[in-house]
Design a protein around this ligand. Structure first.
Ligand SMILES: [Zn+2]
Length: 176
């Protein structure tokens, strides 16, 4: 049984070092990868040339379900074969040699991929529900889209998914 104590890092969170370029058909997965701490940009798989160009220019590993996308000398590609969210996340982490890390989770905006910054409680007063303001003390803000995050029970679902992914990583052997 893996237990996670998730919290928002107020020091600079440990960011996962691999940056990703996830093709559009994996949009929901993109949000989960950001939640785990990956810098995960999204782009249409086609035209392939544009996808490869961005991957090279920004040094991003492509994550895709599109079989026509192939890796090469300059571009690294993780082609997803699994079908469930948990299996797909485990597939990406295994391919990259990463683990589920508390310290990197919740360091990035799941909506727009911008890194989160600590926010003063007083500064978020008008931007969060009153009950949240009353009961929470630690907040982070996204400078990209303005979304405010707080460590709270609403992350329980995410925590459960992360525990599932970690268990999957431990229980299945590496393919290569
Ligand atoms: Zn944002």
């Amino acid at each position: 049984m893996v237990h996670y104590t998730l919290h928002i890092e107020h020091d600079t969170g440990v960011m996962l070092s691999t940056t990703l370029l996830v093709t559009d058909e994996c949009l929901r997965l993109t949000r989960w990868l950001r939640l785990l701490g990956y810098d995960a940009a999204a782009q249409a798989a086609r035209p392939l040339e544009a996808l490869y160009l961005r991957a090279v220019n920004e040094n991003r590993t492509i994550v895709t379900r599109t079989r026509a996308v192939h890796g090469g000398e300059l571009v690294r590609v993780v082609t997803l074969r699994a079908h469930t969210r948990t299996d797909q996340l485990a597939e990406v982490l295994r391919a990259l040699g990463d683990a589920v890390e508390d310290s990197s989770a919740f360091s990035r905006c799941v909506r727009c991929n911008t890194g989160l910054e600590p926010a003063e409680k007083a500064a978020v007063r008008t931007r969060v529900p009153a009950y949240v303001y009353e009961t929470q003390s630690a907040f982070t803000a996204c400078a990209g889209c303005g979304r405010i995050y707080w460590s709270a029970t609403h992350w329980q679902r995410a925590r459960a998914v992360m525990a599932d992914v970690a268990a999957r990583l431990q229980s299945t052997p590496r393919h290569a």
